[in-house]
Design a protein. Structure first.
Length: 444
């Protein structure tokens, strides 16, 4: 599979973890991914513990920041201090880190309990479109921010979330026995999600993982910006180390691997709130909708029936949107006409953005993700309530995107609108870090 000195595709690594003799409660020092943390959440995590991972992944900005003292240099200084004091410790042996999350969530079929399993390891970096398939477009700002942080800390502080295909479950079968052993970490986060981690140093498992899924394409579920940042950092270090071998550690990124058919793999929807859009004309917009959609109207006291119908269309693979216009008490259900299906994407959010937002309302690509005009909301009731806010034009409710549809469009190379997927729950930051030492080489 590998040429001499090329290194494995998937490799174990010496993870850096909180030392449990100094940090007894991991719920106090871990955090959600940086890009879902609000300013209020940032302060809460800062105040929770002086060693919370927030200080590394999303440090405070200060008015007097400069090139020598800023959020990135402070993150690097904290990381160095925590390692030197023993708060963080690097494993002696390269390992895979098996990761399990227990959680409950509301789905189209009601409240359900899930267990999602996977593992953390290193993956050899490739450009998008080869062995790595993205599904969402990235933005320049977040990539520049993450690259500055990576250069300062010289570490992957949070994993990329990827999906692989192994429908026979060969790899899951190999890992099952390890999940039955006592974990090295076991705690519940603020959302009540139970987080469990195992460190496994097993060369046979490393080898068989490469045999079973190493050469298969991966689909990025979450962390597109982190992945592209890792590629940029790799290129930066290649310039500094032109003679480094292909198995140099900086040619890899820390990644969470989950099998596509895992029953614990849950995708939730993210709804859209359009506000302050210049010249928004509700009457003209409704007229345009009739060319593409069958429209059903539900009164305010029919909210439950409205939502049930929206979800029912999604269950059978249809394309539908719930709409609430500002100043109106009723709801409208937009169901794509049968004769229009061949003209659009398989993905609801792509239809919403291409036909309604761009085609009918005139939003450009940058407008779709501009906070001056668009807000993305995960909570259903919060989305519905938004129609009563000043400056809101319309609220669009969407169904979750099925995993098989995402897989199909990723294989076709289709790039989808922002916030098309919300894989729940998010991966916790702070369970494992990957410190990047350019001189080190990976092996299995």
């Amino acid at each position: 599979m590998n040429t001499p000195n090329s290194g494995p595709i998937i490799a174990p690594f010496r993870g850096t973890r909180y030392h449990l003799t100094q940090v007894e409660d991991l719920s106090k020092v871990t955090a959600p991914p940086y890009d879902v943390i609000s300013p209020e959440g940032q302060k809460k995590l800062y105040d929770r513990d002086p060693h919370n991972i927030i200080r590394l992944i999303l440090g405070y900005q200060r008015p007097d920041d400069n090139d020598q003292n800023n959020r990135y240099t402070r993150s690097a200084a904290d990381l160095k201090a925590w390692v030197e004091s023993g708060v963080l410790a690097r494993e002696r042996e390269p390992s895979f880190y098996l990761y399990e999350q227990h959680f409950s969530a509301k789905t189209l079929d009601g409240e359900k309990t899930f267990i999602r399993r996977g593992f953390l390891a290193l993956r050899r970096l490739e450009e998008f479109g080869k062995g790595i398939r993205p599904h969402e477009k990235t933005l320049a700002g977040p990539k520049a921010d993450r690259l500055l942080l990576t250069k300062s800390c010289r570490a992957n502080l949070s994993p990329v979330f990827s999906l692989y295909s192994d429908p026979e479950g060969r790899l899951s079968d190999l890992m099952r026995k390890h999940f039955e052993k006592p974990p090295v970490a076991d705690f519940a986060d603020d959302d009540g999600v139970r987080q469990r981690l195992w460190a496994v140093s097993d060369p046979e498992l490393f080898r068989k993982t490469n045999e079973i899924v190493g050469a298969k394409s991966l689909f990025i579920a979450d962390g597109h910006h982190r992945y592209e940042t890792a590629v940029a950092y790799r290129n930066f270090l290649r310039e500094q180390n032109p003679n480094a071998p292909e198995d140099a550690s900086f040619n890899y990124v820390m990644m969470f691997f989950s099998e596509m058919s895992d029953p614990g793999l849950l995708i939730l929807p993210t709804h859209r709130v359009l506000h302050d859009w210049p010249g928004f004309d509700a009457a003209s917009f409704e007229k345009s909708l009739r060319e593409w959609f069958e429209i059903g109207v539900f009164s305010s006291d029919q909210e439950e029936a409205f939502l049930e119908k929206l979800q029912a269309v999604g269950r059978v693979g249809g394309h539908a949107f719930g709409m609430a216009l500002a100043g109106r008490k009723d709801f409208q259900l937009l169901i794509l006409k049968e004769n229009r299906k061949a003209e659009v994407s398989q993905v609801d959010t792509a239809i919403l953005h291409q036909i309604l937002l761009k085609g009918m309302l005139g939003l450009k690509e940058d407008d779709e993700k501009d906070p001056r005009f668009m807000r993305f909301v995960k909570d259903l009731q919060e989305s519905i309530a938004a129609r009563r806010e000043p400056h809101v034009n319309a609220v669009f409710l969407v169904n979750p995107t099925p995993m098989q549809v995402l897989r199909d469009v990723a294989e076709q190379g289709q790039i989808l609108p922002p916030k098309t997927t919300f894989f729940y729950p998010k991966l916790v930051s702070g369970l494992v870090l990957n410190q990047i030492v350019p001189e080190e080489r990976v092996a299995i």
